[in-house]
Design a protein around this ligand. Structure first.
Ligand code: AHR
Length: 498
């Protein structure tokens, strides 16, 4: 019952675009207020940005952050969030039934991104608004000067343009829950017209069209085909979103769900390529998996929240070990299609279904899912290599032939390093693993990091922030170009070789 993996430096999947390690901040719950922004907090800087949170974010090296939504963006007037703070309106926010005070907006976000060492990915409102407001926003954000909107930005204290390159054309427009939801044909048309004027203002933009809100939508994948048929010439990416849960308390089935993510990605690639063929087009539409994570723990608590308050504790999932294992499997799914998935955002970054949690006025800490996300972002840059895997398998409720071993390798040519990310899905037994890296010559082991715990449900909290944390004492032994390791039951493993 051994697993075997063969890795060859010539069997490449593709260059890893660092933007697959992106994340997401929405005006939702305590993501902004009490999360990244809390004037008066002991660690806050002169702009009210929490320094403790910035430090945890820098620890992951997040390359891009999507903003300001999510469902929020479909009712958002971006102008409410710029200019003197005292004149900004408070608004009823219909997506999440809160009050939005608009103390934080585009310019604050651009400043925050600089401090976090990240890049902004903006979304425009295609729910209640359209091409006119989107082109004005691009002019405000990116045009140098000498026009109404660019000069207004300068008046607001931002002479230099923000140079925001990546933009989402709305959010989940196929979802009946979305403010201003649309049919595929309605959305395809408005996305096209919006894309045209945005790119006329700034031809360097890269645009993401909305794909289906998830694999289970009744219009998937016809939605992708219709939308791309209409806007193929004007967009660069199609989005994918998915969230998984363990509502049935069936952990073996829960961990198998990344197989659904694999097939979601493959179907969207096929659909995009079908439209390319139909258009006789040269351009490949790549994928932006701009919302993915585990999300279910907080569903009941969210139903108890009073509506119309500012920054209530919404979507505050407390993650356990098994959640971190599935997040690891999902990162591996994304890396396995590094040739086509060029952006991805774990949703979200702080407090709202997030790797980082805070207490208002108190500490910030790392959830279990922080670790696989950090490891992949820090060590998973370079070229993704095809994982040829022979593994014992199991059958789960919704998936058959689930390999106990989920793994991928990344070759960082600059550092002459290879990193293997591996999850053992077996909940009760360790998995012996042989890795054959025959084309690489001899390696030495840098480290074998392991995230594991006796209790699958163990979580980190304000009181016990380090209950689940990685250790460097994995069992990997390297002989020449082969690695032998025993992967602990239910474990996330990072085997680093040089
Ligand atoms: O990330 C939380 C929400 O999930 C987003 O606002 C929405 O796009 C998705 O349904």
């Amino acid at each position: 019952n051994k697993a075997k993996m063969v890795v060859d430096k010539d069997f490449t999947i593709g260059e890893v675009d660092k933007r697959i390690y992106g994340s997401f901040i929405e005006h939702l719950g305590r993501a902004v207020y009490g999360g990244i922004y809390e004037p008066g907090h002991s660690s806050a800087d002169e702009q009210g940005f929490r320094g403790d949170v910035l430090e945890l974010i820098r620890g992951i090296d997040v390359p891009i952050v999507r903003y300001p939504g999510g469902n929020f963006v479909s009712g958002y007037n971006w102008e409410d969030g710029v200019g003197p703070v005292e004149s900004r309106p408070s608004r009823l926010e219909l997506a999440w039934r809160t009050v939005e005070p608009n103390l934080f907006g585009l310019n604050e976000f651009a400043d925050w991104c600089r401090k976090a060492g990240t890049e902004a990915m903006m979304a425009v409102n295609l729910g209640t608004r359209g091409p006119e407001e989107a082109r004005q926003l691009v002019e405000y954000a990116n045009h140098p000067s000498g026009t109404y909107w660019s000069d207004l930005r300068a008046q607001h204290g931002y002479k230099e343009p923000h140079h925001i390159k990546t933009w989402c054309l709305g959010n989940e427009m196929d979802g009946p829950w979305q403010i201003g939801a649309k049919t595929a044909a309605e959305y395809g048309r408005i996305a096209t017209e919006t894309a045209k004027v945005m790119k006329w203002v700034d031809p360097s933009l890269e645009l993401v069209a909305c794909g289906s809100s998830n694999l289970g939508m009744p219009t998937f994948p016809e939605w992708e085909a219709t939308v791309l048929d209409l806007c193929y010439d004007h967009v660069d990416y199609i989005s994918l979103h998915t969230y998984y849960g363990n509502r049935d308390k069936d952990s073996a089935n829960f961990l198998a769900q990344s197989m659904g993510m694999d097939s979601f990605i493959n179907t969207v690639i096929s659909t995009a390529d079908y439209i390319q063929a139909k258009k006789r087009g040269k351009k490949k539409i790549n994928l932006s998996f701009d919302e993915w994570n585990v999300w279910y723990h907080s569903n009941d608590a969210d139903r108890q929240i009073e509506p119309w308050t500012v920054a209530p504790p919404q979507l505050e999932d407390i993650y356990n070990l098994e959640d971190a294992l599935l997040v690891g499997c999902m990162l591996i799914s994304i890396l396995k299609r590094a040739d086509r998935v060029k952006m991805a955002c774990i949703a979200q970054l702080v407090n709202v279904i997030a790797p980082i949690m805070t207490a208002n006025g108190g500490a910030a800490w790392k959830q279990t899912i922080y670790y696989p996300y950090m490891h992949a972002s820090i060590f998973g840059r370079g070229t993704a290599l095809v994982p040829l895997i022979h593994s014992p398998k199991y059958d789960a409720k919704d998936y058959t032939d689930v390999p106990y071993l989920e793994a991928v390798a990344v070759h960082n040519e600059e550092q002459s390093e290879v990193t293997i990310f591996a999850v053992n899905r077996n909940l009760t037994e360790s998995l012996p693993l042989d890795i054959d890296l025959r084309s690489f010559g001899s390696f030495t082991l840098i480290e074998h990091i392991v995230l594991e715990h006796d209790d699958l449900k163990a979580a980190n909290t304000l009181e016990t922030p380090d209950r689940v944390a990685p250790h460097p004492n994995g069992s990997a032994v390297v002989t020449g170009s082969t690695v032998e390791a025993l992967l602990g039951k239910a474990s996330w493993n990072v085997i680093r070789l040089k």
